[in-house]
Design a protein around this ligand. Sequence first.
Ligand code: NFK
Length: 293
Amino acid sequence: MSDWTKMSKDELERQYSPSRWSLRMSADDVIRAHVAALKSGTEKARAVTQTLIDVPYGDGDREKLDVYLPSSPSPDLPLVIYLHGGYWQFLSKDESGFLAPPLVQKGVVVVAVGYSTAPTGNMDLMVSQVRRSVACVIQQYSHISGLYLCGHSAGAHLAAMVLSTDWSEYDVSPQIKGALLVSGVYDLQPILSTYVNEPLKMTGEVALRNSPSHFLSQLKVSSTSCDIIVAVAQNDSPEFRKQSEEYFKALESAGLAVSLEDVPDTDHFSVIEQLADEHYSLTQLLLKMMGKS
Ligand SMILES: N[C@@H](CC(=O)c1ccccc1NC=O)C(=O)O
């Protein structure tokens, strides 16, 4: 696989256009179908679980989260925070509850976090928002048995930044027990010169200070006992696959408990959509991580 620094702008943009790599449908159709699947999955989740919608975790407009709760409270109550994808510019928490039903059914609390996507928000703000959301959840839900993170695409990037947080600047120091990072971007430098950065307007410095690949020693300190699964779709682009493989290798070299899951017969979108299905491999892995399979 060639190095991104040697790629033309066109090739880099192709590599960082997840929809162009789907084998299921055209680029436009796969995005339409993705949004539709997330919306209908979230509507279903809201119909079959108890919810708390638009709970603020800060003063900002988008600084709200949705909570999906099991109906019978049990003493063993894991909580998973979901950070949605959409290239830091699309989607919101409002269609990010689709993964709740199979988890809630097993007695897990699911929290979908909102954050200020670009162009309203910028990368520094989004990273600070998701960190604050995690701190807020741990303060409000101090009785939970374990805190877990799950993120897709841009959300996997944000989840990796949460794992790399120096919590000394916060009121709490959350002990995250496990993280499922799905088809993420862990080095932001390759996207700097692409269309993805148009609304984000990141400088090289912003990209560097928000790249999880540059904060491995902080992650090791803050998330020593966190089980990490780096998952990637079989049909993600070579660059996306390389992002996951390299982050996995770096975590492994740092001595963390990490595994790489290459999910067969999935593309960038189906790899996360299928979390709505209790029989899907990643749903089972997430439940197993929480001791709920
Ligand atoms: N231009 C991007 C768009 C994209 O990634 C996206 C668009 C809408 C909702 C989610 C998206 N990506 C990942 O979650 C693509 O080629 O797929």
